[in-house]
Design a protein around this ligand. Structure first.
Ligand code: NI
Length: 136
């Protein structure tokens, strides 16, 4: 019997999508509004889910308070009110698309989750646009 425990979180951050090795026209064509040279912000929403067996002693898959603390330390404290391109080392050379952000977040949280439990992260860049990563 495996149960999924989920915690929501959010952070506000600025970014700009572009490739240094492309022309302005190419960047504009592919990245559109997200290519704005002066950056722009998103209200990112996050759903972090951990799936595993219920510990018969505690009745928990994992303590959700511990999961909340992990998300705060690994994601919110590092990304909230930051410019992802300029302030977050992982995106110095990596385009901060929702896809790349969700993989970075998953890798940070994964190392804090018990090896027998599975992890999935869903990242909303807008209320209608979201990406999912589970380490595949
Ligand atoms: Ni954007």
């Amino acid at each position: 019997m495996r149960v999924t425990v989920s915690r929501k979180a959010h952070f506000n951050a600025a970014h700009r999508l572009y490739r240094k090795d492309w022309t302005d026209a190419q960047n504009e064509h592919v990245f559109g509004k997200c290519n704005n040279p002066n950056f722009h912000g998103h209200n990112y929403e996050l759903i972090v889910s951990v799936t595993g067996k219920i510990n018969p002693e505690t009745g928990y898959v994992m303590d959700i308070k511990e999961l909340a603390d992990i998300i705060y330390e690994e994601v919110e404290s590092r990304f909230d009110h930051k410019n992802l391109n300029l302030d977050v080392p992982e995106f110095q050379e990596l385009n901060p698309t929702a896809e790349n952000i969700v993989v970075v977040i998953w890798n940070k949280i994964r190392k804090r989750i018990a090896p027998g439990n599975d992890l999935e992260v869903v990242l909303y860049e807008t209320p209608r646009n979201f990406v999912t990563y589970s380490g595949e």
